[in-house]
Design a protein around this ligand. Structure first.
Ligand code: SAH
Length: 407
């Protein structure tokens, strides 16, 4: 495959901030919103580097220009004198990889996030590793601009890589004025499924067409928590996708596991996961249904469980949807609390970045109050250390969960 040309990282324009709008840059937040910009000088192409200056033209750093987006620029550097170069890109990827060192050394784990975008000083760039395949997402104009440099750095740092694949098909690309793009970037195209290991569990990852980059790597700690809780319990795995929580529960000793999802294809993969992990078919149930409706049916039919996992898709994509999202969280958590046996456990998540931990906790507390049950938080869950959150970028902390004891 011919290598794409490396990007020209010289400043192609100047972005001048309005008076009083430099605060976020000084706090090292990576995003500049269109409303904070006084003027753009020069004619920088999409994704190119612009010098960021304050209203008196004092330089503040270098950013990637994203003309189509409300987030009109993302900062690469925050110091006036700092250069931005291909060596820096490579150094940032290398640093991100080094940070995952302890995960990379685990002999029972071969899939994790290598680069977590803004939180690894590589805005819009996500890189996941599945055994000897690497998957990239370029989710912003600036990320798109440096794609060839990222691929080159990955191949240098991980010479054992069999293939690098692109999954830049997340909806956020539209906001950046970028078309969806998927396909092999280097080396071999991935097989239909790459088998990965996570502790005792094995999973099949559909790199070309699975959710996100193929798998919910952000839920590793959640799966470990569920495995610990599952022994001798009857488990209901809601919004199961390919049943990863269900496998963790089964290998943790669950008596039975029921997976619910609206996607028949996801449930088919869940069946294959059971076979791959040696989980007897009679311990598993696969229900193609809407969780909201099915939980009501279980409530009415008095069907009960000892452990319920609620890991729904993102309920809020914009601020206007946050209230409805919280009602949705209250609704499903209330239904789950109603069908849990005495002494049961509820493991409940929100991956809506716009819903804060406090808001989510309030929604679950409202459900607990309405259910008439006594509910305690045993543990809080989030993405693992391969999804670091930069303190300068709190938006990076989107996933939150609670392990609840219910009596
Ligand atoms: N828990 C999964 C990830 C969940 S992703 C894991 O750990 O791998 C969200 C899943 O919810 C998707 O598979 C989607 O098909 C499913 N889904 C979305 N809305 C649903 C609904 N109303 N009822 C059931 N499943 C739903």
């Amino acid at each position: 495959m011919p290598e794409e040309p490396l990007p020209d990282l010289r400043a192609a324009g100047v972005l001048k901030l309005r008076a009083g709008r430099v605060g976020s840059v000084l706090r090292r937040h990576p995003w500049i919103f269109a409303g904070a910009v006084e003027s753009i000088e020069g004619d920088p192409p999409s994704g190119a580097i612009v010098q960021v200056v304050d209203e008196s033209r004092a330089p503040l750093g270098l950013a990637a220009y994203s003309p189509a987006s409300q987030i009109i620029a993302r900062l690469w550097t925050y110091r006036a004198e700092e250069e931005f170069s291909l060596d820096q890109i490579r150094a940032r990827v290398a640093r991100a990889a080094e940070l995952r060192g302890s995960l990379a050394l685990r002999s029972d784990l071969d899939a994790y996030r290598l680069v977590n975008a803004e939180s690894d000083l590589l805005p819009g760039i996500v890189v996941d590793r599945y055994r000897n395949f690497i998957v990239c997402q370029f989710l912003a104009a600036g990320a798109e601009f440096v794609r060839a440099a990222i691929v080159r750095a990955l191949l240098e740092l991980f010479p054992e890589t069999r293939g690098v694949f692109e999954r830049s098909d997340a909806p956020v690309r539209e906001k950046e004025g970028l078309p969806a793009r998927t396909g092999a970037l280097a080396g071999e195209a991935p097989p239909e499924h790459v088998e990965i290991r996570e502790g005792r569990c094995r999973y099949l990852v559909d790199i070309a067409a699975g959710h996100k980059t193929g798998f919910y790597l952000d839920q590793r700690e959640g799966r470990a928590a569920v495995a610990e809780l599952a022994n001798e319990r009857e488990v209901l795995n809601c919004f199961s996708y390919s049943g990863a929580f269900g496998i963790a529960a089964a290998l943790g000793g669950a008596k039975a596991v029921a997976n619910i999802d609206t996607s028949a294809a996801a449930l088919d993969l869940a069946r294959r996961h059971a076979a791959l992990n040696g989980v007897a078919a009679e311990r598993c149930e696969y229900i193609e249904a809407d969780v909201f409706q099915l939980l009501r049916r279980f409530r009415d039919a008095r069907r009960r469980f000892d452990l319920i996992v609620l890991d729904p898709p993102k309920f809020a994509d914009s601020k206007g949807q946050v209230e409805g999202a919280c009602r949705g969280y209250k609704d499903i958590n209330l239904l789950a609390l109603k069908i849990l046996r005495e002494g049961g456990r509820l493991v409940t998540f929100s991956c809506s970045g716009l819903v804060s931990t406090e808001m989510f906790q309030r929604a679950v507390a409202a459900a607990a109050a309405d259910s008439g049950r006594f509910v305690q938080v045993l543990r809080r869950l989030a993405h693992g250390p391969d999804h670091p959150v930069s303190l300068h970028f709190p938006e990076g902390a989107y996933l939150k969960g609670f392990v609840l004891a219910v009596s």
